[in-house]
Design a protein around this ligand. Structure first.
Ligand code: SF4
Length: 324
C-alpha cells in the first residue's frame, strides 16, 4: 500500500469512528499500521476491560476471535466488530467444550483453570479464567489442590513450577510461541551478549529456563520501560516489537526468532478495519447462556488477588472522547 493510500484510509477510518461512536482496540501482535490507528494497544484482557469501561457504542477489536468474544462477554450492550472473521487462534482451537466436559467427568475433584486464550463455550465450562500474567496467582488462590489447566500446556507447566498444587495439563500449545527454540535464544544472545532476555510463558520450558524474565505482553511492555533495560531479546510474537520500538526509541529490541509470526494476527488490514466500520460487520455475539457462564469464570478471576485488572497507567488514562 502506498503512503497516500494508507493516509486516505486512516482518514476514512477516523471519520467513521467519529460518526459511529466507535473505539478501535489493537492487540500487541497486530500489524504496525493497525496499532497506529488504534485508540489503545494492549493485551487481550486489558483491551476487553477498556471496552467495558468506554462509552463507545461500537468496539472494533483488532485481534483474534476469542479476544472479540471476551469483549462481547464483558460488554454485551455494545456492537463488537472483528474486521476479519477468519482471525482465529490455533491454541484456542485445540479444545472444545465437549472435550472438556468429558475430561471433567474423569476428574470430578479437579478445579478447571482456563487461560483466556480459549473459546467462549470452553470458558463457560471452566471454574475460573486466568491470563498469562496471573496464572500462577490464580492457581495459588484456589482451595483445590488438583487443577486441570486448559488449554496451553506450556503456560500450565510454567505455573506448575511455581506452585505446590497438582496441575494436570491439557495438551494444547501455541504454534507461534513453540516456534521459538532454545538455540534461537542462544544464537541471538551470542550476538547481543549484554541484552536481557524476556520470553512469554507460552514458550517451551527449555526456552523459559534460559530467560531472564517471563512475562505476558503487558508485563513485557512495562519491563521494556525500565531504566536498566537498554537491549532486550524478545521471545514472543514479533508484532510487539513495533510498539516496543515506538515507545522506547533509544533502546534496542531484538526478536528471539523472526519465525515467531502468528498468521491469524496478521489478517487484519487497514482496508478491513475501514470495511468493518462502514458495513458494521462482522459482528461477534455470544449466546446469552454461554455468555453468563463465561462471564462468571472471568469475574472470578478479576475478583481474585492479582486478578488481572488493567494496568495502573491504563486505569488512570482518560479514554479518548468520541465526537458526535
Ligand atoms: S500467537 Fe498463539 S495464542 Fe496468540 S493468537 Fe496466535 S496462535 Fe493464538
Amino acid at each position: 500500500m502506498t503512503v497516500a493510500e494508507s493516509a486516505y484510509l486512516t482518514e476514512e477510518i477516523a471519520e467513521l469512528k467519529w460518526k459511529k461512536n466507535a473505539l478501535i482496540l489493537a492487540h500487541n501482535y497486530q500489524l504496525g499500521e493497525i496499532q497506529d490507528v488504534a485508540d489503545y494497544v494492549g493485551d487481550s484482557l486489558e483491551l476487553s476491560q477498556i471496552a467495558a469501561r468506554s462509552t463507545a457504542e461500537v468496539i472494533v477489536f483488532c485481534g483474534v476471535r476469542f479476544m472479540a468474544e471476551t469483549a462481547a462477554i464483558l460488554c454485551p450492550e455494545k456492537s463488537v466488530l472483528l474486521p476479519d472473521i477468519d482471525s482465529g487462534c490455533l491454541l484456542a482451537d485445540m479444545i472444545t467444550a465437549e472435550q472438556l466436559r468429558q475430561k471433567k467427568e474423569n476428574l470430578p475433584q479437579a478445579t478447571v483453570v482456563c487461560y483466556v486464550n480459549s473459546p467462549a463455550e470452553v470458558k463457560a465450562e471452566a471454574d475460573i479464567c486466568c491470563t498469562s500474567a496471573n496464572a500462577v496467582e490464580i492457581v495459588d488462590s484456589l482451595n483445590s489442590n488438583e487443577i486441570l489447566f486448559i488449554p496451553d500446556q506450556h503456560l500450565g507447566h510454567y505455573a506448575s513450577t511455581k506452585t505446590d498444587k497438582h496441575i494436570i495439563l491439557w495438551p494444547g500449545y501455541c504454534p507461534t510461541h513453540t516456534r521459538i527454540r532454545r538455540e534461537d535464544i542462544l544464537r541471538v544472545k551470542g550476538a547481543y551478549p549484554e541484552a536481557k532476555v524476556v520470553v512469554h510463558p507460552e514458550c517451551r520450558p527449555e526456552v523459559i529456563a534460559i530467560a531472564d524474565e517471563v512475562y505476558g505482553t503487558g508485563g513485557m511492555v512495562r519491563y521494556a520501560h525500565r531504566d536498566d533495560v537498554k537491549e532486550l531479546i524478545v521471545g514472543t510474537e514479533i508484532g510487539i516489537i513495533h510498539r516496543l520500538r515506538k515507545e522506547n526509541p533509544n533502546k534496542r529490541f531484538i526478536p528471539a526468532s523472526e519465525q515467531a509470526i502468528c498468521p491469524d494476527m496478521k489478517l487484519i488490514t487497514l482496508e478491513k478495519v475501514w470495511h468493518s466500520l462502514r458495513d458494521m460487520r462482522p459482528q461477534i455475539q455470544v449466546e446469552e447462556m454461554i455468555r453468563d457462564r463465561a462471564r462468571t469464570a472471568i469475574d472470578r478471576m478479576l475478583a481474585a488477588p492479582s486478578g488481572g485488572g488493567i494496568s495502573d497507567e491504563m486505569a488512570t488514562e482518560k479514554l479518548p472522547s468520541v465526537r458526535r
